[in-house]
Design a protein around this ligand. Sequence first.
Ligand code: HEC
Length: 456
Amino acid sequence: MSDFLLFLGRFHVLALHLPIGMVLLTAIVHWLSRNARNNSLQQVLPLLWGCTASSALVTVMLGLLHFGEGGFTGPSASAHRLWGIGFAVGTQLAWFLSVFNINAYRNWGGWLTLALLVAVTVTGHYGGNLTHGSTYLVEYAPQTIRDLVGMEERRPAVTDITQADPWYDIVDPMLQSRCGNCHNDDKQSGQLNLSTLDALMAGGESGAVVLPGNAAGSDLYKRITLPQNHENFMPAEGKTPLTADQVAILGWWIDAGLPAETSVSALAVEETTMSLLAIEMGLAPAPVTAVAERYAPVSGSLLGQMVASGWLVRQLSQESNGLIVSINAIGQPVSRDMLAFLADASGSIVELNLASTGMNDDLLALIADMPVLENLNLSNNGITDAGLALVSGFSKLETLNLYGNPAISDAGLASLDGLENLAAVYLWGTAVTEEGIASLQSSLDGIDVQGQALPR
Ligand code: HEC
């Protein structure tokens, strides 16, 4: 089926609300109009049935297009289709009678309306099964109700991580909540059902999706570790992805050979994995992110002064005191006062962008102590080798952009030798030579040096 028809088909899930609302409204008006006082309401019934019937017809047609996407294979899918078509046919009949055969409508309209309400409810129920899986509704129901639909007892909440079953308590709930919408008994995108362990093992369209003991080679694991914008990334369609911890747990579980019907204590589980599992199960508090504690908090008044003086200041993340600082008006030269504020906040500045701000060695000396700075951009300034000697004191530095500082040479570069965390240096437009780069690379193993060196 062409992409355009599939595109239209997706509107089924939007359109379907219209006939539902219309048939409810029409039913209400129908019964109100039977009261002698509201007799005049009868005049609008043909119009209301017309709207109901037309919207039902459109919805069914879109539904059939949507069906063409495939994956709707289970019993709920055929039941949904059958009841939906039945409902649409019934609404045409009600419309026809209300317009052309008022007598028959008077006699049978009530029953027909009732039947249509039943049909729309049943259709909706099966449709719901398709999107949420057939056990969605009763997942949290009392066991007596769950028994009625043949569902097993809910597993008791795990209170001790060592007693948890790796599949039933840990992996299965994760897959249900993140993948269940599209891979369940009723809807099997890619012919893959993830609702039970057997179904998972049975694989999908392209065969096995999990290879016991080999996460890296498993299609399922590959897909959850792709970049999120990759077309094969799962969950598809921008649905909430698994967290990094959950991905790690799935990887562990596959590598461990898909253990089920056992307990975590029966497996040789490393301590790091154990704490990962405990956190995922809510049995251990998530560790306070190390980031939050690493940086000194900056007072509101200092922040205000920084901003007022012309800095653009952002927080590294909501939970972190770390700051990302750059100049607000690009190309504006920095002043000594502005740099003094940076010096006051130096315990929190993680990223600093001073590109094209007229920085020179003297000005750099004002911020010579940057204990947590990781990324520094000094491009297009007048820094020389003497300035670089100051930078050598930024012990946490990871990337350094020196593009367009023509006075920087090998001698200055050599002073970076001691920056153990330094992973990337940008050197276009400096006087550094191949020899200088080679020397830096020999002292800082694996450093990424970008930029043309002048041949010696
Ligand atoms: C919004 C719907 C949707 C969700 C949610 C979803 N998938 Fe899929 N999945 C698809 C579709 C559609 C396909 C078939 C197209 C393809 O192969 O990319 C598919 C295919 C797959 C396949 C390949 C099956 C085969 O054999 O070809 C795997 C594996 C898979 N999904 C795993 C997952 C996992 C794991 C999750 C949860 C993290 C997930 N999916 C969530 C829609 C979804």
